[in-house]
Design a protein around this ligand. Structure first.
Ligand code: ADP
Length: 349
């Protein structure tokens, strides 16, 4: 079906070229005859040289025909032929190709520009997809290998109760990691192509954030983190189930990167123009050169925390916030540590 369509399209293009070419040949014949008559008149009446009309026509026609063929070939067929070669290379997976032409025809130049743009876009998508897939595969492989390793250990030997418990803990830890990764990848792929927020409803943002803090209680109590929480009563219209991921990630990270006994401050304020959520910690902050990549998928500044995350949380947070027409930013604090700010619009419904 597709092939039939392509063949039809090809036939159409060629019929257009044929019309164009036929027109050119007709123009050439008229010019040739006119020019031959004119030349014959000059030779006969001024220079008194006599040649038969047929010889004239043959001579001038031959010259004009070759000139025309050269011209058409150079400005039209050659660039199209080059483009067709370029297309074959792209079809074989080479997205580095860059085409240029010195054809004076604007349509041909535009065709080249569009082709280059298309190849660049295709290349970017291909890099994104292959990077994403290789990152996912790598992230999946690590916990799966660990689970397999500890399970094999348990299967094969005589171990004390403590050792067995340790191996089982490791298996559970890696299973949790794997399930978080798969959950994040699924969520990301679900919302990645979404342009607008769906399933919106009115809810209390402060209560949702409080719920997230309570859910992470084990994490902050284990590290003896002091929490300074000040949440104004704020109502918001948005996607509740998605937004909870944002607070879980930002609060989870602040705790994860804080030193033992550190202070984490969480604020939620509503002004006349917007809703502002900030979270500050006393962790290592983020190196200046990494700030611009912090919301990229799978980006992690410091590999020593690799075991505790997958680098997808902030990419998800950014996508969710922008789906809710908001903005998320990060800055390092003068006093050390960093501050994440989420700004959301006031939505009245
Ligand atoms: P992860 O699962 O690795 O935490 P995220 O996308 O949530 O993934 O974060 C990406 C990276 O950003 C982290 O690995 C860490 O390097 C950096 N980061 C995030 N939050 C903080 C923070 N509060 N302090 C320091 N670095 C942070």
């Amino acid at each position: 079906m597709k092939q039939k369509k392509e063949a039809k399209k090809k036939r159409f293009i060629f019929s257009n070229i044929n019309i164009f070419f036929t027109f050119l040949v007709l123009v050439e014949i008229v010019i040739t005859i006119g020019f031959a008559i004119f030349l014959q008149w000059i030779l006969e009446s001024i220079l008194q040289i006599t040649l038969s009309s047929t010889s004239f026509l043959l001579l001038v026609g031959g010259f004009m025909g070759s000139a025309l063929a050269f011209l058409v070939n150079r400005i039209f067929f050659k660039p199209i032929e080059q483009l067709s070669q370029g297309m074959n290379e792209v079809a074989e997976g080479d997205f580095t190709i860059k085409m240029s032409t010195n054809s004076p025809i604007n349509e041909v130049k535009e065709l080249y520009n569009s082709f280059d743009l298309m190849v660049r876009e295709l290349g970017a998508t291909e890099i994104l997809q292959s990077d994403f897939m290789s990152n996912v595969s790598h992230e999946i492989k690590t916990p799966v290998n660990a689970i397999e390793g500890y399970a094999t250990l348990l299967q094969g030997g005589e171990y004390s109760d403590e050792e067995q418990e340790e191996y089982i803990d490791k298996i559970l830890f890696n299973t949790k990691r794997l399930s978080e990764l798969v959950g994040n990848v699924l969520l990301l792929s679900k919302i990645d192509n979404q342009a607008i927020s769906k399933n919106e409803k009115k809810f209390r943002l402060d209560e949702q954030i409080r719920q997230s803090i309570m859910q992470l209680e084990t994490n902050w109590t284990e590290k003896d983190i002091e929490l300074d929480v000040d949440l104004e009563k704020v109502e918001f219209v948005g996607n509740t189930t998605l937004l909870i991921h944002v607070w879980d990630n930002l609060i989870g990270n602040a705790i994860k990167f804080s030193p033992v006994g550190g202070l984490v401050s969480i604020r939620l304020k509503q002004s006349e123009a917007k809703i502002v959520f900030t979270i500050e910690d006393q962790g290592p902050g983020i190196a200046e050169e990494s700030v611009k990549h912090i919301f990229d998928k799978f980006f992690q500044v410091d590999s020593s925390h690799k075991q505790e995350g997958n680098g997808l949380g902030l990419a998800l947070a950014k996508k969710i916030v922008s789906l809710n027409s908001g903005e998320i930013t990060v800055e390092n604090r003068d006093a050390g540590g960093c501050r994440f700010t989420v700004e959301l619009p006031l939505v009245f419904r």
